[in-house]
Ligand binder design. Sequence first.
Ligand code: GLV
Length: 389
Amino acid sequence: MPVITNIDDLKRIYERRVPRMFFDYAESGSWSEQTFRENSSDFDLIRLRQRVAVDMAGRSTASQMIGQDVAMPVALAPVGLTGMQHADGEIKAARAAEEFGVPFTLSTMSINSIEDVAEATQKPFWFQLYTMKDMDYTARLIQRAKDAGCSALVITLDLQILGQRHKDLKNGLSAPPKLTPKTVANLMTKWRWGIEMLGAKRREFGNIVGHVEGISDASSLGAWTAEQFDPSLDWGKVARLMEMWGGKVILKGILDAEDAKMAAKLGADAIVVSNHGGRQLDGALSSIRMLPAIMDAVGNDIEVHLDSGIRSGQDILKSLALSASGVMIGRAFVYGLGAMGQAGVTRALEVLHKELDTTMALCGEKGVADLGRHNLLIPEDFGGRWQEH
Ligand code: GLV
């Protein structure tokens, strides 16, 4: 068993174990990948204030997200095709999250279905919704999430059309992988993944296949989104979806103060400041850079979470100190899952927890609610270098 001390260790094992097309799928941003890179590198621009001789006994990272108790304010983000990173990947990730005491979000574009995950877990999970042109199908998805006891609906607002990720096109990304000479050559070097995948419950999009008819290619994320996703989704439709759900709602993919105000006005329970991990609008600012302006606009009106770029407990602390109530992690847990299955997701959560706890202590704080801008050294031009329109 290798000694895993940080998230990058898991990423290295993940890269060796998982077929290239799925590694590339997770590891890509759109177009030039500028936003993808800056999501992480902008965290490095913020520094921490070291404080000493503070009583650090009895620390805790426990907190709440949308009124739910969490062992630390970190939720697993919805990630498409998670069940291609490891056999039964969504079930494994959901179980690891449940044991750790943090929320798991199941993507519409998952391999395991809503029902698979509900059957394999005890606690309610969150369900992420993509809105389809076919309103009946959307309504059925919402009903299935209700029947499964999901405790929040996460409506993603930044993917009505898919941002282009070059590698997915070049690799012919599909679930299950199509057996071209290039994929076969690569799969032959990933035999453990292949053997485990033979025993998987599913190898296709579990929320879709068998639930909709007349799709030209249900194995291709690109084809499916282009054909089925609703490009006319607007705030009026968001309000209708919220009404259909009737429970807690998190609006994900907000990167602008004006949009944050709209989300607050609609009465959502939380927003997720996110640029979809740099996978959609290339050239958008990083989530952490946008967070202060969004907090200033809606911080008193709605709970704010941050997603995109989190790879360490220090990144989590910086987000919380800028007043986010929690964060979402995508790639950070996928690395663990691809590397070691459920144990790898648990390891990723342990690593992040230890980093958050130790960093908090060395900043002189005992609890996440005590964190604030006083813990940070922020470059003067961090949020304000851009001209107002
Ligand atoms: C889907 O959510 C993706 O980013 O590929």
